[in-house]
Design a binder for this molecule. Structure first.
Ligand SMILES: Cc1cc2nc3c(=O)[nH]c(=O)nc-3n(C[C@H](O)[C@H](O)[C@H](O)COP(=O)(O)OP(=O)(O)OC[C@H]3O[C@@H](n4cnc5c(N)ncnc54)[C@H](O)[C@@H]3O)c2cc1C
Length: 400
């Protein structure tokens, strides 16, 4: 990795991090906190908003709850990292530049691509135009506004994955006057052990969420969701949580991406086509011994930290180490007063152990609230960020 020059100044290596979500912020803080004065590394973090989006809580926003104001520039204070607010519109991997809001151009020597992912609203006709999403805090607020004015209507939540389950439960609890329908192909909690799954089902029943599994949505129209087989379900509001889609920027830039558009990485988290680009979090296709990681905060934060450590190793002329991560839990909220925490094997398959009720609520809240104080600690003590489960025998991979 070669350092670049700034006109008239000492040699400076410019690291630009795109996206200040769980992965990008972990990378920025870990890297900036470890860079010593006089080391001539400049870290710039680019994000659409100054306020940190707590994605893990967007179902709370959607049901009308206010979240804490968490300022990214304030968090970065004292680390030496620069914050650039704006929307990334293009990456030029040949010129090694990033375009922001179509007007600013940022050059980089190393890029960390951490733009995350959103619900796939393109897969089914009508979703883009007639469904709400939790793709951003603003989207969740728009839904909250709609729900507050619905009266006694029906909300259809599409997608029986964990985001769908958490959203349906939260909306049903906050808006008992609404009829909430959870539609999806699979059973809610399908990846949990049978007892934990049964608990999820019972909790949704208690909250009067109507669960319809085995349902394939083929079209969303104003006021209706159409299912394969011709049946229609009336809906005053549709929340789409099904599938995931990533920004088209990586693919447009010519980075090698997988079938979902995620940047394919080597074992050190560098793009396989452009090794000066690291990819982390939901925007990356990261292979482990058990398969390609799926998007989570528990895996996303370690990818950011690892990318930072790898960049520092490369700057010192060392080879970056392979990234290894094993899952350990699936915490799912069921409104504010109930939850399930399914403990998992490193490949994300369920263990027998799970928590429910108040203990699970406390556990879930602790992990949801953890990232912000974790970054605060990392600023003072970067080594505190390097502890995560490596996955043991599940994650031993041979380097390509
Ligand atoms: C309701 C909900 C509940 C969830 N619960 C859990 C949970 O309990 N546990 C768990 O592990 N995971 C959970 N997830 C998944 C988790 O939120 C994601 O896996 C995690 O946010 C991924 O982190 P990231 O840093 O890759 O992306 P993000 O957190 O999405 O961050 C990406 C950042 O990039 C910015 N960005 C994107 N495009 C651009 C652009 N072109 N220009 C500028 N900025 C841009 C975004 O604004 C954002 O700030 C949940 C998700 C949702 C929606």
């Amino acid at each position: 990795m070669s350092a670049q020059h700034e006109a008239g100044a000492a040699t400076i290596h410019r690291v630009v991090i795109l996206g200040a979500g769980y992965a990008g912020l972990s990378a920025a803080i870990q890297l900036a906190s470890r860079v010593k004065q006089g080391e001539n590394v400049r870290v710039t973090l680019v994000n659409a908003q100054e306020r940190f989006t707590e994605r893990l809580r967007l179902h709370m926003t959607a049901s009308g709850q206010r979240l804490a104001e968490l300022s990214i520039p304030e968090l970065l204070e004292g680390t030496g990292a620069h914050f650039e607010r704006g929307w990334v519109t293009a990456v030029d991997v040949n010129a090694k530049t990033v375009r922001i809001d179509d007007e600013r151009v940022l050059p980089y020597d190393t890029l960390v691509y951490a733009l995350g992912g959103v619900a796939d609203t393109a897969a089914v006709p009508g979703v883009e135009d007639h469904a709400y999403t939790l793709n951003s805090a603003q989207d969740a607020e728009v839904l909250a506004d709609r729900l507050s004015r619905l009266g006694r209507g029906t909300v259809v939540v599409v997608g029986s994955g964990l985001t769908g389950v958490e959203s349906a439960a939260e909306i049903a609890e906050r808006h008992p006057e609404l009829n909430v329908v959870l539609l999806g192909r699979g059973e809610p909690g399908a990846a949990m052990n049978p007892k934990a799954r049964a608990y999820v089902r019972a909790a949704l029943g208690r909250l009067k969420v109507e669960v319809r599994s085995g349902a394939e949505v083929v079209k969303v129209l104003p006021g209706t969701v159409e299912l394969a087989g011709g049946e229609s379900v009336a809906a005053d509001a549709v929340l789409w949580t099904s599938g995931t889609r990533v920004s088209p920027l990586a693919s447009a830039a010519g980075l090698t991406v997988d079938e979902h558009g995620r940047v394919v990485t080597d074992v050190a988290l560098r793009s396989v086509s452009h090794p000066e680009v690291y990819a982390v979090g939901d925007a990356a296709a990261i292979r482990q011994g058990y398969g390609v990681m799926h998007g989570t905060c528990q895996g996303g934060m370690p990818t950011g930290v690892h990318a930072a450590l790898s960049i520092l190793r490369e700057l010192k002329g060392k080879r970056p180490k392979p990234f290894r991560f094993g899952y350990y839990h699936t915490p799912v909220s069921l409104g504010r007063h109930d939850a399930v925490v399914q403990f998992t094997h490193p490949d994300d398959s369920p263990r027998r152990l799970y928590l429910t009720g108040r203990v699970a609520v406390r556990y879930k809240e602790t992990v949801t609230a953890a990232p912000w104080p974790t970054w605060g600690r990392m600023k003072k003590m970067p080594a505190s960020g390097v502890f995560w489960p490596r996955g043991g025998r599940f994650t031993r991979v041979r380097e390509a």
